[in-house]
Design a protein around this ligand. Structure first.
Ligand code: ADP
Ligand code: MG
Length: 396
């Protein structure tokens, strides 16, 4: 069949939706899908439904937080081709909430409907070595590191990076999991064994003045928008709170946004891209890692920006213009982990400038992200004071 004779009836759904996506936006009333039903998937579902879309979530967990909000919850593994086909059949466009969705599954559905981000972007962000190489090539500066692919690499890694260092598995790490602080060669060998001799990176442990993240959005037309940079404090490798505006020099914030934008452009990325950076004691901005999805450090946008990162995710996958990312109020976002459960809700509701967000998780486990709250105030000093006061009260 020539393209002249190809009618919309004879086009596959992928052809229809990709031509739709570059020309005609996907509008309310259409159905959007999300792979993964944790809190990020849930907040995507809320945003999409608020905007008038139907939503389908695919997640094997029958009790996942997004499943409770979606129109349809397909309870299946991410590799289940029948389930992926069923999802693609129902959806005009599909996105994902975490980067460890197998890229082959994304390729599989990309033959049937529109999927953003694409498998190639996902594969870069899934692998610490690949994402650092990519960032380096794009002109960003990763922390000095050495890629370990076999045991005999350990000595050279130690010689080049020195100690203290951090050993990180190349794939599947999150919230500090799969990481080891290393002070000497015997610890390096031991950690490499504990990690199961998988591919790793050995990174120089740097003295961090502060951590920041930049979240950008890019659509199929190449239009880019960036959210205000967030300053992030971690505890035990897990994000504890985010402060916006970040208390860094304007030039540093600018560099972080530019870095994230360069990466999005270099990948011809479509969707939300979050990039984590370290600011060293010397004021150097180091690239740490990227996430091809909304990010915990962007939850402040839900209450403090004109457009939230989740609405922006919907806009990007639908070929719509990016929404206004303007910050309407200084804000501090605090994560609520399962360590403190159940909290005394009155500690939160007694404050008139706190917005609470819970993820619908019934089982609380230490370290598990159960929800967050955003404190909006005249300036970050008073937002931080309230945030810390409330967090401490919750911890008592
Ligand atoms: P994850 O995928 O678990 O978020 P990260 O690489 O972002 O992994 O590490 C989690 C946290 O550990 C960082 O936010 C930072 O606080 C700390 N960290 C990671 N790498 C380094 C490093 N090279 N030097 C100092 N601190 C680090
Ligand atoms: Mg991180």
């Amino acid at each position: 069949m020539t393209s002249d004779t190809m009618t919309s009836d004879s086009m596959t759904k992928a052809e229809q939706s990709s031509s739709q996506n570059s020309a005609t936006p996907i509008l309310p009333g259409s159905t959007l899908g999300v792979l993964g039903g944790g809190q990020l998937g849930r907040m995507f579902c809320v945003a999409a439904r608020t905007m008038g879309y139907r939503v389908v979530v695919l997640d094997p967990d029958p009790f996942c937080g997004a499943g409770l909000i979606a129109d349809v919850h397909i309870k299946a593994e991410y590799t289940d081709q029948a389930a992926l086909s069923e999802m693609a059949e129902q959806c005009d466009a599909i996105t994902l909430e975490f980067e460890n969705i197998p890229s082959d599954s994304v390729r599989f559905i990309a033959d049937k409907t529109t999927v953003f981000p694409v498998a190639e972007s996902l594969e870069i962000a899934q692998n610490r070595d690949l994402e650092k190489q990519f960032a380096l090539k794009a002109g960003l500066q990763p922390v000095p590191y050495f890629a370990i692919v076999q045991e005999s690499d350990l000595q050279q890694a130690a010689d080049e990076i020195g100690f203290p260092a951090i050993l990180k598995s190349n794939t599947l790490g999150y919230d500090g999991k799969g990481q080891f602080v290393i002070n000497d060669f015997s610890q390096l060998t031991e950690a490499y064994n504990v990690a199961g001799k998988v591919d790793c990176v050995l990174e120089k442990q740097i003295t961090i003045r502060c951590e920041v993240s930049a979240i950008v959005a890019r659509n199929t037309h190449g239009e880019l928008a960036s959210f205000p940079v967030s300053e992030n404090q971690h505890r035990n490798g897990v994000l504890h709170l985010s402060i916006v505006p970040a208390r860094v020099d304007e030039a540093v914030a600018q560099l972080a946004v530019e870095g994230a934008s360069i990466l999005a452009e270099a990948m011809s990325y479509v969707g939300i891209l979050a990039v984590e950076f370290f600011v060293s004691e010397e004021g150097i901005l180091y690239f740490n890692e990227m996430a091809p999805r909304p990010h915990n450090s962007g939850h402040y946008t839900k209450d403090a920006c004109v457009t939230s990162q989740f609405e922006q995710q919907v806009r990007m996958m639908c070929g719509l213009k990016p929404g206004d990312t303007r910050l309407m109020s200084p804000v501090v976002m605090v994560n609520m982990l399962g360590d403190l459960w159940l909290p005394d809700w009155q500690d939160i509701f007694a404050q008139n400038n706190i917005k609470l967000h819970l993820y619908g998780k019934t089982e609380a486990r230490p370290g598990r992200k159960m929800g967050h709250f955003n404190v909006l105030a005249e300036d970050v000093v008073s937002a931080l004071e309230t945030a810390e006061g409330v967090f401490n009260a919750l911890s008592e």
